[in-house]
Write a protein of this length. Sequence first.
Length: 336
Amino acid sequence: MKKPSGPFIRILIGIALSLLFIYLSVRGVDFTQMASMLSGKNPWALLPAVGLSVLVLSLRIFRWGLILSPLCRIPSGELIAIAGAGYFSIVLIPARIGEFVRPYLLHTGGHLRFASSLATVFLERVMDMLSILMVFIVMVMISPLPEWAITSGKAAAGFLSLLVAFVVLLYFKGPLVVKTTRLLLGPLPSGLRDRVIHLLEEFIEGFEAIASGWRMLGIVMLSLMVWFCSGLLIHTVLLFFTIDLGLFVAFLVLVINIIGISIPTAPGMLGNFQYACILALSIYGVPKEEALAFSVVYYLVGMGAITFLGLWSLTRINVSPAKALRELAGMLRKGA
């Protein structure tokens, strides 16, 4: 009997966690009261939030294009389609396996080698984490936070420090890393060892954006803009529910939500997304019914923009996320 693969096990665990978070989100909720909160609301009042959601996506795509610019030049329409399909895949495919779709599409489109493409996405994620950490530090300086939030922030800061050190070491001491890796892999067959070294060299190439100080500054500024607009989006949706707790609370919701959706769960990030919002707002005494209603609207606004862009992108690249993952798995098995 064939044993379940690692990704399959991750998907099952993700679905189980998602069901748990959904249960925790709806437990004890008075849905009649929640429905009354939503009834009578003017949906047109959400237009500013929709605009901010589109702006956040646009900034993300522009930033990724800037990271890619020293490595390859991609027409704007194709870049938007690849990015849109990739972001949609992250939402659609459980356990965040969709993160590999953008590198796959760049590789199969003949723009960049897979490992280098993967490194650009890795650098993007490091920049996101740095930006969120900066937001968190400012929050700690402005107002006291629960002890569990501070502990989580310290753990995230430690992990991020390791990631940043890893990127800096790979880029600035690449030849030394390659030489050391070759020595460590000495006992392996020469063909496998050379393949690993080749992939490592390609991965290091993906950090080329670091070489230009001005380009890196632009990437940092775009990252801060992404997360500032994301916090403003949450603040706008909170005001839609007349929850006026200030921009600070919106950023707290943002930080806790980012922690929540980083946990691999079912497609659509259902459950952990909603529970993270409820947990954050509970700190400020927001009733669970109102917090859940907020999380649903916030989810629909954010995911709606990603879904619309993703569906359009799939018509442009003419490949489904499932097909992309199947071909990607085969490519990795062959050592592409």
